[in-house]
Design a protein around this ligand. Sequence first.
Ligand SMILES: Cc1ncc(COP(=O)(O)O)c(C=O)c1O
Length: 411
Amino acid sequence: MLNVQDVREQFPILDQEVNGSPLVYLDNAATSQKPIAVIEAIEDYYRRYNSNVHRGVHTLSSVATDGYEGARDKVQSFINAGQREEIVFTRGTTTAINTVAASYGRANLKSGDEIVLTPMEHHSNLIPWQQVAKATGAELKYIPLQADGTVSVESARSTINERTKIVAMVHVSNVLGTMNPIKEVTKIAHENQAIMVVDGAQSTPHTPVDVQELDCDFFAFSAHKMCGPTGIGVLYGKKALLEDMEPFEFGGEMIDEVGLYDATWKEVPHKFEGGTPIIAGAIGLNAAIDFLNDIGLDTIKNHEQQLASYAMDQLGRHDDIEVYGPPANERAGIITFNIHGVHPHDTATVLDTKGVAIRAGHHCARPLMNWLDVAATARASFYLYNTEADVDALVDALVTTKEYFGDVYAE
Ligand SMILES: Cc1ncc(COP(=O)(O)O)c(C=O)c1O
């Protein structure tokens, strides 16, 4: 069992009032809050050993290099990658997926090839593939969603075929909280000699991830959604694939030999980390992983699922609140909904007056909004520091919203 009060004490930002009410932070799918250990690790780097990495022979530089490369080892074991060289630091999930699309995709796709996606992809795992399709003549195909917004293995099997070269799929939907059958779909992709790219932005912070067990070829995630800092993320790639890929950015320590007219690159992962790398970010990510590991990802997952199920029960008591997506036992701690007749931006605005922070909008998933047949939704997303009292505050604030807007919008 998670001791949530203990956890909350480690997040200074949570201890405040917003608009006269205690802050209830339910926008974790956008970004999570940071514990003291992460804030201090970053501060410690800047206070005591700020220095550039890899190039310096002086002491501070070697301490910083140890911190940066130590973070790579930490990430490797966190997602159970086979080798440390398979961990590339990027600016985040978006950059990681763009690297695969621009580097692997452009080199390996041609007209007649197919890229398979789902209609629930975040724009970060959609637009890079649209662009690479336009550039290479490859076609995009979509695995149709089930009525409850889940992806079935059967429909994946009937969409993926010998023309498929890349399957790119979100692990957990940032809108519906749907958990996708990545392992099974990866197997189908591999049976068809396609590679599997996984957007792990919403899974890695909340559930144990084992890339070797999933057997996916690429896996992307961001530190800022898992108690770490903004500006750093990870691209995991199988080493042989990374080795075959051309770098995406050029300059800095990614080079090996440089002449006036040509240059060669360092080995992976360094050839993908052009320029001064994200040193403080990696050090913060290292501390975030320690923090999450100390609590345990299974414990975090259970806690969030309990909260999601409690929230679904509470929201289910209100006929005029429509919750989208699968039942509580098949989703992560993300709940997207609308109050009938009330625009989600209005909902989020009233909630904010009560100190309840949620997200409203298209959640960077416009095609999924079309599939749901809505312009936008409100979204509450939980993390390890949220409580049932937070859910109660959410529901109370929604009742106020209904009272406030009911007459204005009543159909
Ligand atoms: C499912 C999913 N993919 C990708 C991203 C993009 O992550 P980042 O903005 O950190 O690159 C997000 C962030 O909201 C997300 O939820």
